[in-house]
Write a protein that binds this ligand. Structure first.
Ligand code: MN
Length: 238
């Protein structure tokens, strides 16, 4: 039942998104999480946690934050297949969610406490520790009971050593796999060859098929992300 709504909304002959497929239960090591920046009708971030062979998903209009002082609204949406967690690209016009999708962050997570992920979702209080390239530390997703459609949750950063007061998600608006901005993805431009500067990504090795010319020359002086900042209200795709 988990991926039926995902499948119902899409025509897989028309979109590069992966078809529904529940993952085998024997997956190695820690579960996967990702965040996709999705420039659809409205720009939003899709926050996904691997639980029981699917990606449990929340749409977060303002995006995740490392600031414990903010609670960002998160709409619980349909499960997505595990393969979706590696997706970056463009959903063609006329398809569900048409627009560009950036793989904004990815990594693994640990559930906090002894209760299973699905039971924590059931009780409306899901606690986890993220180890992503941008997002790290303890977080909670809390269901706002007795509200509206019943899918209203809040995404909250817990106070710990990874907290960043005043965190601005839009200062980190580039892909963790290609280094591209949303606009570069929308235009199908190739991956950037230089590693982006990012808190938490310091030990990540940027794999390149070309020599990184500037890397050895001036490691301290990195180019500022060009025009990476984009207002939430605008929407270039469809
Ligand atoms: Mn989305």
């Amino acid at each position: 039942m988990a991926l039926e709504e995902y499948a119902r909304k899409r025509r897989f002959e028309d979109t590069p998104e992966p078809p529904p497929k529940k993952a085998k239960s024997k997956r190695a090591a820690k579960p996967y999480f990702c965040v996709q920046r999705h420039d659809a009708t409205r720009l939003h971030y899709d926050f996904r946690l691997e639980i029981d062979g699917v990606l449990k998903s929340w749409a977060v209009p303002k995006g995740p934050s490392l600031d414990p002082a903010v609670k960002h609204f998160a709409a619980h949406v349909e499960d997505h297949p595990i393969d979706y967690g590696g997706f970056e690209g463009n959903i063609p016009a006329g398809n569900y969610g048409a627009g560009s999708v950036m793989l904004w962050d990815r990594g693994t997570f640990d559930l906090l406490g002894d209760v299973s992920g699905n039971a924590q979702i059931e009780r409306g209080d899901l606690k986890f520790h993220l180890d992503g390239e941008k997002l790290k530390g303890d977080f909670a997703l809390v269901h706002m009971k007795g509200r509206g459609k019943g899918n209203e949750w809040l995404l909250i950063k817990k106070r710990d050593e990874f907290a960043v007061p005043g965190y601005d998600v839009e200062e980190h608006a580039y892909s963790v796999i290609s280094g591209r901005t949303q606009e570069e993805i929308a235009q199908n431009l190739p991956a950037r060859k230089e590693k982006r500067k990012s808190a938490g990504a310091t030990d990540r090795v940027w794999k390149s098929d070309r020599p990184a010319a500037k890397k050895a020359a001036a490691p301290a002086k990195k180019a500022a992300p060009a025009a990476a900042k984009k207002k939430r209200s605008s929407s270039s795709a469809t």
